[in-house]
Design a protein around this ligand. Structure first.
Ligand SMILES: C[S@@+](CC[C@H](N)C(=O)[O-])C[C@H]1O[C@@H](n2cnc3c(N)ncnc32)[C@H](O)[C@@H]1O
Length: 265
C-alpha cells in the first residue's frame, strides 16, 4: 500500500477528529498515574506529529467504540487500560448497559515500568523512558503483579466513569491462554478484538491466528504497531490478510506506529 491509508476519506477524517479526546484522556491519566510514561508521551503532541499528522491507535479505538459500539469485547494486551478507555470513553452512556462482556488477556509484563521505583531508577540512570524489569525477575511476585495491574486498570477505567463490572481478566501468556479459553468456550464470538499483546513476529502471528475464528460477522479485529517506527509487524499482517482474504475487508493506516484492522464479511 503506497498511500497513507486505504480507508474511506470520511472515516479517516472522523478518526483524526479524536485527537483532542486522546490528549485530554492522556492528560487526565498522566495526573492520575505520573509514573506511567505512556501518558506523558501521549500528551506531548508535537513529538508525535508525522508529516503534519497526529494519528495514534487509541484514536482509531475511540472511533470504533463510538461508531460500532461493540458489545462483546476481547483484548490481548490491556497494559494499564489505555485502549479500553479509548474504546469505551466515547460510548453513549446508555449503551454501557448493552455491553455483554469484556475479556482482557495480559501477562502484565510492563507493570514494573509504571511504579515509583522504576521512575526513581530511570532518573538515576538518565533514561528517557521508565525501565521495565523482565518477568523472569518478577514472576516470584506474580500474583502481586497481577493484582496490582488489574487494580490499576480498574482504577483508570473508573476515573472515566466506565463501568467495570463486566470485565474478566485472564492473566498469562496469550499464546497459551487464548487457545485454553476457546477450548472451554468453542462457540464464543466477539464483535471487537484488539491484538496488541506480545510484539514478536511469532506471538503476534499466533494471537491473530488464534482469534480469527471467533470474530462474528460484521465484527472488527484491530492490530497495532505495523510500521517500522514501532514493531514493524506489517509482514505478520500481510500474511494474516493472505490467509483470510475472502472472509474480511482489510484496512491499514501507515502513520507513526501504524495500525491495521479487518472487518468480517
Ligand atoms: C503495548 S502494551 C498494550 C497497550 C494497550 N493496548 C494500550 O493501548 O494502552 C502490550 C501489553 O501486552 C502484554 N503482553 C506482552 N506479551 C504478552 C503475551 N505473550 N501474552 C499476554 N500479554 C502479553 C504486556 O504485558 C503489555 O501489557
Amino acid at each position: 500500500m503506497e498511500k497513507l491509508h486505504n480507508l474511506d476519506d470520511k472515516d479517516f477524517q472522523a478518526i483524526l477528529n479524536y485527537k483532542d479526546l486522546l490528549i485530554s484522556n492522556a492528560k487526565k491519566l498522566a495526573s492520575l498515574d505520573p509514573n506511567d510514561y505512556y501518558w506523558k508521551e501521549l500528551t506531548n503532541e508535537a513529538s508525535l506529529v508525522r508529516n503534519g499528522m497526529f494519528l495514534e491507535s487509541n484514536m482509531v479505538e475511540s472511533w470504533v467504540g463510538a461508531t460500532r459500539k461493540p458489545k462483546r469485547i476481547l483484548e490481548i494486551g490491556t497494559r494499564t487500560g489505555g485502549s479500553l478507555i479509548a474504546l469505551l470513553c466515547d460510548y453513549p452512556k446508555s449503551d454501557f448497559e448493552s455491553i455483554e462482556e469484556i475479556v482482557s488477556f495480559d501477562m502484565w509484563r510492563e507493570y514494573v515500568s509504571t511504579t515509583p521505583m522504576a521512575t526513581f531508577l530511570s532518573k538515576l540512570m538518565g533514561k528517557k523512558r521508565n525501565i521495565n524489569i523482565s518477568e523472569r525477575f518478577t514472576k516470584w511476585v506474580g500474583s502481586y503483579v497481577e493484582k496490582a495491574s488489574t487494580g490499576k486498570v480498574l482504577k483508570n477505567l473508573a476515573a472515566f466513569n466506565i463501568p467495570t463490572g463486566k470485565i474478566k481478566f485472564v492473566s498469562g501468556d496469550s499464546t497459551i491462554k487464548i487457545p485454553e479459553y476457546f477450548t472451554k468456550n468453542p462457540g464464543k464470538k466477539f464483535d471487537y478484538i484488539l491484538v496488541d499483546g506480545g510484539h514478536s513476529v511469532e506471538v503476534a502471528t499466533k494471537d491473530l491466528d488464534n482469534v480469527v475464528a471467533h470474530i462474528d460477522k460484521g465484527g472488527i479485529i484491530l492490530f497495532d504497531d505495523i510500521m517500522p517506527e514501532s514493531y514493524n509487524l506489517i509482514g505478520v499482517w500481510n500474511k494474516f490478510t493472505e490467509k483470510n482474504l475472502n472472509d474480511f475487508d482489510f484496512f491499514e493506516i501507515h502513520s507513526r506506529k501504524g495500525i491495521a484492522f479487518a472487518i468480517k464479511k
